[in-house]
Design a protein around this ligand. Structure first.
Ligand code: LMR
Length: 328
């Protein structure tokens, strides 16, 4: 009986074997919501699994579950704590229930480009923010940038007043809601997998996302066109459970963390190219991309940027200043 219990305990610690895992290997399930390929997060997750399965063969085994097939972003955090999955990379906008500090990353027109994001996330302020969810049982392993966001709707958006009265899908982010309301528009929080259907059936009129999400989810098919606003960052926190990570043997943990760090670097090095490719894919598919003149863009900035002040106390002025400074 004792040995049967011990065997059971081992199975539970290593998890039920996945199709491609050997007995005794630590099972690492990575759940995310985007397409498996042609997307910065999908490709990074695949690379992560390839490296773990090759370099940690016999010790650990990773399988990726893309496309919301296992969990939505709102469920995946609980799943991490329950040990149903070991890795996730939800956008920083989806951490409202755990911290208000990540509201920083949603402030409209905060970062001029992804190089500024890199500079900030590699700074002391940026690295400190990786730890703000530790008291909730999570460990942030790194930031994965996904691109700047663009608006689209069922009609052309050139001036911010064009958005008035429209309904836009947003992530579960109060900053995004405030930003949409500043346009005189309505915000509706929806899970990622519901967005295409909501656009198609007119439950919402518009959305905001990166070139890679707009292309790989085919949002462009059910929108009038896309306006290149670059108004907000989409970035993910590569996140695991503290309990799971602490439970690994030190040498296994060290090897896993080293791979995580290297994959994070590769993901961030590749993102600009992948975003440009998907922007071009949208054009090649026959959709319209509208660019703004400096005056038109300024009107969007002047309309949305005032929401910063509402969130300054949640984030901390020093942190906002550090992020702004990364633009120079
Ligand atoms: C969204 O919900 O729009 C994004 O967070 C999806 C993603 O993971 O890119």
């Amino acid at each position: 009986v004792f040995s049967a219990c011990a065997a059971l305990a081992t199975v539970m610690a290593t998890g039920p074997a996945l199709a491609n895992c050997d007995d005794g290997e630590i099972v690492i399930k990575f759940s995310h919501v985007v397409k498996a390929t042609g997307h910065p997060k999908g490709d990074a997750a695949t690379l992560f699994a390839e490296r773990v399965n090759k370099e940690m063969n016999g010790k650990a085994c990773m399988e990726v579950f893309p496309n919301s097939q296992l969990f939505d972003d709102d469920k995946v955090m609980e799943a991490l704590l329950l040990g149903d999955v070991q890795l996730a990379a939800p956008s920083l906008s989806k951490f409202e229930a755990y911290t208000k500090k990540y509201r920083l990353f949603d402030l409209p027109f905060l970062f001029a480009d992804l190089s500024a994001v890199d500079r900030f996330t590699n700074s002391k302020s940026g690295k400190d923010l990786l730890n703000v969810v530790a008291d909730k049982g999570f460990i942030g392993l790194g930031y994965w940038s996904s691109g700047l966001k663009q608006f689209s709707a069922s009609k052309p958006l050139i001036e911010p007043t064009d958005a008035k009265g429209l309904k836009f899908r947003v992530q579960t982010s109060d900053v995004a809601v405030a930003m949409i309301e500043a346009l005189g528009a309505n915000a509706q929080k929806l899970a990622f997998k519901e967005v295409y259907g909501a656009l198609q059936t007119g439950v919402v009129d518009g959305q905001e996302n990166t070139w890679s999400n707009i292309y790989t989810q085919k949002f462009f098919e059910v929108q009038d066109g896309i306006t290149e606003t670059n108004h907000q960052l989409l970035a993910y926190l590569l996140v695991t459970s503290k309990e799971w990570l602490d439970g690994l043997d030190p040498d296994v943990r060290e090897q896993f963390l080293k791979i995580a760090q290297e994959v994070t670097q590769t993901a961030n090095d590749n993102v600009v190219k992948q975003e440009a490719k998907n922007r071009q894919n949208i054009l090649d598919a026959g959709s319209k991309i509208r660019t703004l003149s400096p005056e038109q863009r300024k009107a969007w900035v002047d309309t949305m940027k005032p929401v910063w002040s509402k969130f300054e106390n949640d984030i901390g002025k020093d942190v906002i200043d550090a992020a702004v400074a990364a633009n120079n």
